[in-house]
Design a protein around this ligand. Structure first.
Ligand SMILES: *Cc1c(COP(=O)(O)O)cnc(C)c1O
Length: 391
């Protein structure tokens, strides 16, 4: 048996730095109000933007799928066949996204791991926004391609890097659509223009844009009207879609190739019938109406204007993601605990998820919140903000 004492030191160090994360236990379905560690609190940290995680129609679709298809896919799709459910989801996703084709995966994380290493190899260069999500960073690490970081949301920095590596065989620009910790969005029209000049593919990970940006939540490419100009869109069904899963959508050629070569497709079982059917229902609901998305934005604007009026610093957000800047890990933890004691579930986010010194409470708005809920939340933020000395 190996000596594992090094882990005692590592764990002790995390505790000393105030970075040890105690994970809360939720005793109810994800909703506006949930039970956390036995206490009823207003949920302000889930990615359940539209309330789909506990939507009756999604639950019914999942139950029906279990009745008809059972609980598991029992294999990878390329070996033992795919269920018609998965094909139906992919077709509906492609239609919803207004692209040629889509391929689904078990998660958004896996979708990045599927797309990047399959398309990029040793003679290639990836140009990645410096604040891209960890799953993009890991996907890049799984390639033999060189990865070059460009300055956050900066098309001229991208241009400079593309010039520097002009002789690469293939080039791919990768950016988050909506940046999950700050709520700012990629300057996609500029990035697309620069990439086109250098014959570089463009890939957008729109995990926080799906169900949030664009017409009825079609995402950031739709928001900017850039259909046909972005080669690859990565989506997750674990956020606004309320379920779990991910997909790669875009040009048919790319999707066809991923079906042949993407390792999470070839070597990991497909998502379950219940998950897939619930995801399809989410797409159906969004295709039929933009009502949930409109409510999400109305709530976000209302709550953000209240916090700003109270003097909170919300950083650079332009989306429902609402970072309430606090400044150091201890203060963020105290803030989060005081929120909880006063009936609000809002988690502190610290290094390594955000840079040191940029500790925050990240409030996630949702269409499930009532005006009464938001007024209550604002009053608690005011009280706690004064106690902790943030406002
Ligand atoms: C959340 C997130 C993911 C991971 O999605 P999962 O479906 O939870 O695996 C990937 N990329 C970005 C940008 C994300 O915000």
């Amino acid at each position: 048996m190996a000596n594992l004492n090094f882990l005692d030191d590592e764990l002790a160090q995390l505790k000393e730095q105030g970075l040890f994360n105690t994970i809360r236990t939720i005793g109810t379905a994800q909703d506006a109000w949930i039970e956390v560690d036995g206490k009823k609190v207003l949920n302000m940290c889930a990615n359940n933007y539209l309330g789909f995680a506990n939507h009756p129609d999604l639950k019914q679709a999942a139950q029906d799928a279990i009745e008809q298809y059972g609980v598991g896919p029992a294999a990878v799709r390329s070996i033992a066949g795919t269920m018609s459910l998965h094909n139906e989801l992919e077709q509906k996703l492609a239609d919803f996204k207004r692209v040629e084709a889509a391929i689904s995966f078990q998660s958004g994380f896996n979708s990045n791991v599927a797309a990047v290493p399959t398309l990029m190899g040793a003679e290639d260069v990836i140009f990645s926004d410096e604040l891209n999500h960890a799953s993009i960073i890991d996907a890049c690490r799984l390639t033999k391609a060189k990865t070059v970081r460009f300055s956050h949301c900066d098309a001229s920095s991208l241009d400079e890097k593309l010039r520097e590596f002009a002789t690469a065989r293939r080039k791919m620009v990768i950016t988050d659509g909506v940046f999950s910790m700050d709520g700012d969005i990629a300057p996609l029209p500029e990035l697309v223009e620069v990439a086109a000049r250098h014959d570089a593919m463009v890939m957008v990970d729109d995990a926080h844009g799906e169900g949030v940006m664009g017409e009825a939540g079609r995402g950031i490419v739709d928001h900017f009207g850039l259909h046909g100009k972005v080669d690859i869109e990565i989506g997750t069904m674990s956020k606004a879609f309320g379920v779990v899963g991910g997909y790669v959508s875009g040009k048919k050629k790319i999707v066809d190739y991923l079906r042949q070569r993407a390792r999470p497709f070839l070597f990991s079982s497909a998502a379950t019938p219940a998950d897939v059917a619930a995801c399809t229902k989410a797409v159906d609901i969004l295709t039929a109406s933009g009502g949930y998305v409109a409510k999400l934005w109305e709530n976000s604007k209302y709550f953000q204007s209240k916090l700003t009026a109270l003097g909170f610093d919300l950083g650079v957000t332009v989306t429902p993601i609402t970072p309430v800047m606090v400044g150091d890990p201890a203060k963020a933890k105290t803030f989060s605990k005081a929120l909880f004691d006063n009936g609000i579930f809002g988690m502190a986010i610290s290094f390594p998820t955000v840079p040191r010194g940029k500790d925050r409470i990240r409030v996630m708005n949702s269409a499930t919140h009532s005006t009464e809920d938001l007024n209550f939340a604002a009053s608690v933020f005011e009280k706690v903000g004064r106690e902790v000395g943030v406002i």
